[in-house]
Design a protein around this ligand. Sequence first.
Ligand code: SF4
Ligand code: SF4
Length: 288
Amino acid sequence: MKQCIESTFPDSIDIVKQVNTNADIVTQHPCFSNEAHYRVGRIHLPIAPKCNIQCNFCERNMCATEAIQHPGWTARLLSIGEAVNLVGRIMLTRRDSNFVIGVAGPGDPLANDQTFEALGIIHQQYPQTLKCICTNGLLLEDRLDEIATVGIRAITVTVNATSAEVGEYTYSWVRYEGVTYYGKEAASLLISKQFSGIEKAVDAGFSLKVNTVLVPGINNKEMSLIARKAKQLGASVMNIMPLIPCGKMKELRAPTCEELREARQDCEAIIPQFRRCEQCRADVIYLP
Ligand code: SF4
Ligand code: SF4
C-alpha cells in the first residue's frame, strides 16, 4: 500500500498530507535520525549557486578536495543534465535506493530554479526516492506548492536567531522581491519568513528540521528560544552545529565541545536533537 501511494506523482501540497508519513521520514532520513545516519546514504546535488541572504559565517568555495567537509563548498557546479545523469548512474548500481537526494547549496535551493527543474525530472524518474532541501527559509512559504510538486518531503531550515537584535549580528543583508534589507530590518524580515514558512510547511505535511549554527557570544543565549520556537511551529528535530569561523566571522571562535554538548543537552528537553551532523559539502555523496 505504502509503495503504491509513494509512487504517485503529487501535484499539490494537499497531496503531501496523504503520501508523506512524517514518522517514516523522522526515522529513515539520515539527517533527521541519529540511528539512520550511517545506515541511509545522502546525495547532494550542487546545482544552486545563488543566495538571497548573506550569513556572516558563510564562505562559498570551489574546492576539489572532497575529503574536506564544509557547507557551501563544492568541487564544481552541476548543470541540470549533469545532476540528473549523476542520479541515473548511481541508481544503476544502487537499485535499493537506500539514500536521499537533496539540494543544499552552494547557495540557497529556493533562490535557484535549477532546484525545481532537476528535482522535478528526478522525481518523475524515481518517485519512490526521498528528496529534501536545506534552505534559509526566506522563500519557503512562497514556493511551498512548487516544493511539493517536485516530490520534496523533508525540509531543513537554518534558523540562527529568534530576534532581530541577535539576527543583525548573524546576517549582513536579506534580498526579498527585488529589495535589499540591512541590519535589524533584514533580520526581522528573514526571521518572520522562516517562522511562517515552517508553520505552513508543517501544516502541509512536510517533515521539518531546524538547523542552528551555534556562535559563541552571538546567539549562544538564543539556543533554547530557537528550540522552543521550532517545537511550537511543529518541527520534528533540531540540529545544533558549531560555527566554522569563516567570512565575516573568521575572527570568532568555534564553540568548545563542552559548549556544544551543553546546548544540545539543554535543547533536548524541548525538542529531539540530531547529533551526527558532518557539516557536509554541497556535493557530498555518502552511500553506505
Ligand atoms: S543561506 Fe546558506 S548559502 Fe546563503 S549565505 Fe547563508 S549559509 Fe551561505
Ligand atoms: S550537513 Fe548535516 S544535516 Fe546536512 S546533510 Fe550533512 S550531515 Fe546531514
